[in-house]
Design a protein around this ligand. Structure first.
Ligand code: MV4
Length: 446
């Protein structure tokens, strides 16, 4: 096992990784920008190295500075967390070329899934159901028209370099296709420097259901069940739960098995997530995330596994210590993302935390790097805490979550806690009846 790991991230996820390392007897190296000298991840780590000024491009995205920090601290491996360089294949390759272990999949697998057209083709060949759509890139408006007519309107034009919603345009009818095609290409070019697009049938009321998989370097693959991440706003997830209230145990086992088989077929190693749209009882693969995800804790709560520990173990070459039949899912877990932002306008609201009190008690977990007196810097993501609750069933989980939200004190900042409290009083949410556009309607209609 590794003796020392460099954590190439900040905030709650840097703490989460540090905690797994600590329990495994692995020493940790924190990196930080000048804006984060007082950050909790710097305080907890065994060593900390300042790698640059506040702007992410000059610090947390600065591959050369991070590799220098790994070299001078004698780290053996680098964990990228989520965001920043976590899905940058060139970075993963540089890490390996410098003789460190990248705690994640191979650079080739990151690259494969980073191109959404290649990901779609690969998924299809590996036996996953995909949304009806173009066989590859769509080069011209004429070609777009032929494909759209064949699959039927409405269609969605998507950027091949996209993901997360940018460079996406809906065409409800043939009259909208030209605008959708041109706008999607333009946005793709501006956002990613790559205008390539593809077309899918547009599903109007799907749920976003993702399957967690874990693979070692010896061909062993398991799935760890699904998460329902349908509650999003502007492509930002707001609340996630496991298991999905929309699936039964048979559907769960089926989609899990299909996802694990596909991961095995493509020779994947590490943690990974296959994203599906689910509508009218059918699953459709849309993308694969090749990183540790923000919402991984809900899977940990219902499976009893430490996903970060497992991710580190398989990166070190260790075989999985369990088979699919050994994994038991019990109870229900929900994660609320708490952001430092105005709950009505959603504008970020950084600043100094006054009193701080995190909830606790049975089944309550808070992953956060906040402390009383800490100043949330304006340069990074506005997520300041994750409240993760476990219950033996969904109803117990909801009751406990309401209680925990009531206990949470974060003075000095505006947060999304009041919006979570309103959501938890909504009959649709309580009944598990929501799709991927439900939250936008709820927030827009206030
Ligand atoms: C779709 C879709 C409907 N039909 N694809 C949004 C981000 C990217 N990961 C894929 N997305 C979507 N792809 C087809 N063929 C609707 C969305 C979508 C969405 C998906 C999940 C959760 C929230 C969403 C919000 C808007 C659009």
């Amino acid at each position: 096992m590794f003796e020392k790991i460099l954590i190439a991230n900040r905030g709650e996820i840097a703490l989460r990784i540090h905690r797994a390392c600590r329990e495994m007897g692995i020493r940790t190296v924190a990196i930080h920008s000048t804006a984060d000298a007082d950050a909790m991840h710097v305080r907890l780590a065994d060593e900390a190295i300042c790698i640059g000024p506040p702007a992410p491009a000059k610090s947390y995205l600065n591959a050369h500075a991070i590799l220098s920090a790994a070299t001078i601290s004698n780290a053996e491996a680098i964990h990228p967390g989520y965001g920043f360089l976590s899905e940058n294949a060139d970075f993963a390759q540089m890490v390996e070329e410098h003789g460190f272990v990248f705690i994640g999949p191979s650079p080739d697998h990151i690259r494969l899934m980073g191109d959404k057209i290649v990901a779609r083709t690969t998924a299809k060949e590996a036996g996953l159901p995909v949304v009806p759509g173009s066989p590859g890139a769509v080069e011209s408006l004429a070609e777009a028209g032929t494909i759209a007519a064949a699959i039927g309107y409405p269609v969605l034009v998507k950027a091949s370099a996209g993901g997360g919603g940018r460079g996406m345009r809906v065409a409800d009818t043939a009259d909208d296709l030209q605008t959708a095609f041109e706008q999607a290409r333009k946005e793709a070019e501006n956002s990613f420097g790559n205008p390539e697009v593809y077309i899918e049938k547009y599903l109007r009321t799907p749920r976003h259901i993702e399957v967690q998989i874990l693979a070692d370097a010896h061909g062993n693959v398991v799935h760890l069940g699904e998460r329902d991440c349908s509650l999003q706003r502007r492509h930002q997830k707001f609340l996630e739960e496991a298991p999905s209230p929309a699936l039964n145990d048979v559907q769960r086992a089926e989609i899990g098995r299909i996802a694990a088989d596909a991961a095995r077929k493509i020779g994947y190693r590490s943690l990974g997530t296959m994203e599906f749209l689910y509508e009218n009882g059918e699953f459709y693969f849309i993308e694969m995330n090749t990183r540790l995800q923000v919402e991984h804790p809900v899977t940990e709560m219902i499976s009893g596994l430490d996903l970060v520990r497992e991710m580190i173990r398989v990166a070190a070459g260790a075989p999985l210590g369990f088979a699919q039949e050994d994994i038991r899912f019990t109870g229900h877990s929900i994660e609320c993302r708490i952001n430092a932002e105005n709950p009505v306008t959603f504008l970020p609201c950084p600043g100094r935390v006054g009193d701080y009190h995190a909830p606790g008690g049975l089944g309550v977990r808070v992953d956060s790097a906040l402390y009383a007196g800490y100043t949330v810097p304006p340069y990074y993501d506005s997520m300041i805490a994750k409240l993760i609750v476990y219950g033996t069933n969904r109803n117990e989980c909801l009751m406990r979550l309401r209680r925990a939200l009531e206990e949470f004190v974060i003075d000095g900042l505006e947060t999304t806690i009041p919006l979570h409290q309103r959501l938890l009083a909504e009959p649709d949410f309580i009944n598990g009846e929501y799709d991927n556009r439900w939250l936008e309607r709820f927030v827009g209609g206030q």
